[in-house]
Design a protein. Structure first.
Length: 416
């Protein structure tokens, strides 16, 4: 996380914490890097003076901080301390080293499918703990996710709201980023855990594409797209696209739960990490999924063993002739059929050399027990017998000599 030097107006001490650097500034106040007497580092957020004078804001902020204290889980920045009665209310959370997801993607580009799924699975578990505490984050976005050495951490719970609270805010206290706000937040409806699921879907799309799924523009344009237009998921890996699209459903009831998200993303992360991605076209994957749901066996699969059996039957050598010759079966294998047939089946004798480029033997193989139409070769296998190299060389020499003689004859006729 980038750090900036303190300004003249910045405090040097807040509560029992000493202030060292600026970490950032948001709509509600400034975040500082501080430390206590034991040297423990914290991220300390001090509320803006104009908001501190609003008693309604103070009351709501107190309820939110009380709810944040109940959050348990390793995927969040733990609340360390808070002073709600100070001239400028503040709260301190555990300092998490590492860049934000926004900065990571901006500097290094989109994450791989396995990385996105792994980050998403950890965030889903963190949100599950948040929702079990009766809190909705309502401002989940790439800049509020820190990638620590121990995994991603969700920060900025000072603006989280209780489950079921209205999203309507006092003038100047509105928070959230267009493009990551859920449609119900834009309409002013009650927030639920599904609100955070929508924001998580937009965050995963950003991590996979380095862009917002609702494009760019003014706040009004972005909010309109969130409510009325479908998210653009070009560039999101096929393994993640269906799940991300489900998270971005306009109706909160159609979005998956955080528990379902966590389980599904873990499966995707494991499969992508092992290189087991299904590379089939989407239409074929969808057809396979429907067949698995209905229990129907596709007709092409049912016919496959029959075709294979016919192929093997056509290529299988004759039991009485070729098979015995290939396996050296019996002392009287040479006596079966004419000499050409015995030689062809490999019954122990040396196969005769082809004469005048004509293949020895017939298509039907040995006379005893041979099936019509089955070809046999010197190895007892199906297919054509390879040509004699010596015969090919002789033909090539004759062809070259004849060509030269004809050419010389033509040249001599032209001179005359």
């Amino acid at each position: 996380m980038a750090m900036m030097r303190l300004r003249r107006e910045d405090p040097r001490v807040v509560g029992s914490f000493r202030i060292h650097r600026r970490l950032g500034q948001g709509g509600m106040g400034v975040v500082y890097l501080g430390s206590d007497r034991r040297g423990q580092r914290v991220a300390l957020k001090v509320i803006r003076p104009d908001l501190a004078e609003d008693q309604e804001f103070r009351s709501r902020f107190a309820r939110e901080v009380s709810a944040a204290r109940r959050i348990r889980g390793g995927c969040t920045a733990r609340l360390v301390a808070a002073d709600l009665d100070a001239d400028r209310p503040w709260f301190a959370t555990q300092y998490v080293p590492g860049p934000s997801l926004h900065d990571k993607v901006a500097e290094d580009g989109p994450l791989s499918a396995a990385e996105v799924a792994s980050v998403g699975a950890a965030l889903s578990e963190g949100l599950l703990a948040v929702h079990e505490a009766g809190v909705v984050h309502r401002d989940l976005k790439p800049s509020n996710i820190l990638l620590s050495p121990k995994g991603p951490r969700i920060i900025d719970f000072g603006i989280a709201w209780a489950t079921g609270a209205s999203t309507l805010t006092h003038v100047g206290t509105a928070v959230g980023s267009p493009g990551f706000l859920a449609p119900e937040q834009v309409r002013g409806a009650a927030v639920t855990p599904s609100t955070d699921v929508f924001a998580l879907g937009a965050t995963l799309a950003y991590a996979a594409t380095a862009d917002s799924p609702f494009g760019h523009g003014s706040s009004e344009v972005m909010l309109y797209r969130v409510v009325h237009e479908e998210a653009q998921l070009y560039g999101v890996p096929d393994a993640l696209a269906p799940l991300v699209r489900a998270c971005l459903a306009k109706d909160p009831e159609e979005r998956p739960s955080t528990l379902q998200l966590s389980m599904r993303l873990k499966e995707i992360a494991a499969r992508e990490g092992q290189g087991l991605t299904d590379g089939r076209p989407p239409a074929q994957r969808e057809r396979t999924r429907q067949e698995a749901q209905t229990g129907r066996v596709p007709e092409r699969t049912a016919r496959m063993p029959q075709r294979t059996e016919r192929t093997e039957r056509a290529e299988r050598p004759d039991r009485t002739g070729s098979t015995q010759g290939r396996t050296g079966g019996g002392p009287d294998s040479r006596a079966q059929g004419p000499r050409g047939s015995a030689s062809r089946t490999g019954g122990g004798g040396r196969p005769p050399r082809p004469r005048d480029g004509v293949r020895t033997g017939s298509r039907t193989g040995g006379r005893q027990g041979s099936r019509p139409g089955a070809r046999t070769t010197s190895g007892g296998r199906g297919g054509r017998r390879p040509a004699n190299p010596r015969l090919l060389r002789q033909r090539l020499i004759v062809f070259v000599v004849v060509t030269l003689i004809v050419a010389l004859g033509i040249a001599a006729a032209q001179q005359l």
